[in-house]
Design a protein around this ligand. Structure first.
Ligand SMILES: *Cc1c(COP(=O)(O)O)cnc(C)c1O
Length: 475
């Protein structure tokens, strides 16, 4: 399998890349995102053959065509087995029934209690394999508003060929989120608290990647959700859930709480591979750029306001570019034009016919904090289940789809993206019950923290990173 950039025009001569190159590159040099040159197709009997397999086995079958030519089948199977053995539920991604035709797919049984572990735990191992073969080392640099940072740190800790630096806005992430990052004792993990906002952190990371000298000198690499390998590993649980509910002989609808559009995009990839999906219901909090797009056909950025579901407080859904590329029949030049318009004027519109095509598969619903709290309370009253605010947005979106006339015989799967104990204040405010951290994190508040606070200044952050890397090399 080879990959091409979403901004590559047919006239450009850029060579398609194999999986290992795409894994290490993250973003394409032309600013686009990598996509597979063609979709592997799973026929009905291939999907039926997934029945009864373990999560790791399903992961191996689903990912094999995407890594073909770069990772051998045996290595992939061993990596998948090792990745998901560390999760703390034997089913890895259990389905929990909430209503007669509504299921929650629990994606919070990894080390940092959010769905990002399902892809990042695999990614850390894939980096190790690919780097180990070439003897190369990389420096991962990323910005986080909370969940991504801890998931990336857990994925990369103690890996020989990786140093990881994560920037977070000082005083602006929850205490659980901060401690999940700063209490990891591994000496390849470096936390930087920036005196600024999440956007400042992101700008610093972007500036470091745009500094070609710095980027090449330290072999910078990214693990944010634009990395194709993350999307690929997320495709797995769509197959897993649908097969448990009767695929390929029954269609499933997925409801997905969405920020960067990475998670729901993975579901759309599964659909393009042949999984019978009726559609996707996208849930947003009050940062509702996607919901407004589904309503109007125009993608228009607005300011970001903080909500109870901070991992969805985003202004731009960067992975939407991948859907746009398919929508424009893989015309990279057209995608480049739309993205340029967005960079310059903060908005772009797609033609009516293409927008209608999106609506055949996607619907969007928005829920503010009061509605989110009400959904957490309602579900607790009706089922006894505690859910976190992100998952609540997804479950509320599923209910909205039903109310809007979705076929009631269709099973709906709402993706539960974080453990309730990650957001204890919101859950307690809604239900009166403070969810406890699972045993593996029970002593989180007693562990020692390691973190360097730096000003919102590129030179200072670059100097710190260069200094830490030099110290490691000298040791
Ligand atoms: C990252 C995150 C999301 C949003 O996922 P996207 O792939 O960015 O759409 C939702 N819920 C939780 C808990 C997250 O950490």
């Amino acid at each position: 399998m080879k990959y091409i950039s979403t901004r590559q025009s047919s006239a450009s001569a850029a060579e398609p890349l194999p999986f290992d190159a795409v894994l290490l590159a993250g973003l394409a040099r032309d600013g686009g995102l990598y996509m597979p040159q063609q979709w592997p197709r799973f026929a009905a009997e291939d999907i039926r053959a997934l029945r009864g397999l373990s999560y790791a086995q399903v992961a191996t079958r689903v990912m094999a065509p995407f890594v073909a030519g770069a990772i051998a089948d045996d290595d992939l199977a061993a990596m998948a087995a090792d990745t998901y053995a560390g999760f703390d539920h034997d089913a890895v991604a259990p389905l929990v029934q909430l209503d007669s035709n509504l299921w929650a797919l629990e994606l919070f049984h990894g080390p940092t209690l959010a769905f990002k572990d399902y892809a990042l735990q695999f990614l850390g191992r894939a980096f190790d394999l690919v780097l180990g073969r070439s003897g190369r080392r990389i420096t991962i640099v990323g910005a986080t508003s909370g969940d991504t940072g801890s998931a990336a740190i857990e994925a990369c800790r103690d890996r020989d060929a990786i140093e990881i630096f994560i920037l977070h806005p000082a005083g602006r992430v929850s205490e659980v989120q901060r401690r999940q990052m700063t209490t990891v004792p591994s000496d390849n993990v470096h936390n930087i608290a920036v005196k600024g906002t999440f956007d400042d952190c992101q700008d610093l990371v972007k500036a470091m990647f745009n500094d070609q000298g710095f980027r090449d000198r330290h072999a910078l690499s990214a693990v944010n959700s634009i990395n194709w390998a993350r999307i690929m590993a997320q495709i797995v649980y769509y197959f897993w859930a649908a097969v448990h509910l009767g695929a390929p002989d029954r269609q499933v609808t997925f409801a997905v709480p969405t920020g960067n559009f990475g998670n729901v995009l993975a579901g759309d990839c599964a659909r393009r591979m042949g999984l019978p999906v009726r559609g996707f219901v996208v849930g947003s909090n009050s940062n509702d750029i996607l919901t407004r797009f589904f309503q109007t056909g125009t993608m228009a950025a607005e300011g970001v306001s903080p909500t109870l579901s901070p991992s969805m407080d985003i202004q731009v859904s960067s992975n939407f570019e991948r859907l746009l590329w398919e929508l424009y029949d893989r015309d990279g030049a057209e995608v480049e034009r739309l993205m340029a318009r967005f960079r310059q004027g903060g908005s772009y519109a797609v033609e009516e016919a293409r927008w209608r095509r999106v609506l055949e598969t996607f619907a969007g619903h928005r829920f503010d904090d009061d509605q989110t709290t009400a959904e957490i309370a309602r579900l607790y009253r009706r089922t006894g289940h505690l859910i976190d605010p992100h998952s609540a947005v997804g479950i509320a979106a599923a209910a909205a789809a039903r109310a809007a006339g979705a076929d009631p015989s269709d099973p709906v799967v709402a993706l539960a993206t974080a453990h309730p104990a990650k957001f204890p204040d919101a859950v307690e405010a809604a239900t009166g019950i403070r969810p406890a951290l699972p045993p593996r994190l029970a002593d989180l508040f007693e562990r020692a923290e390691r973190c360097r606070t730096l000003p919102n200044n590129l030179a200072a952050v670059q100097a710190y990173i260069a200094d830490r890397l030099a110290a490691k090399e000298a040791a």
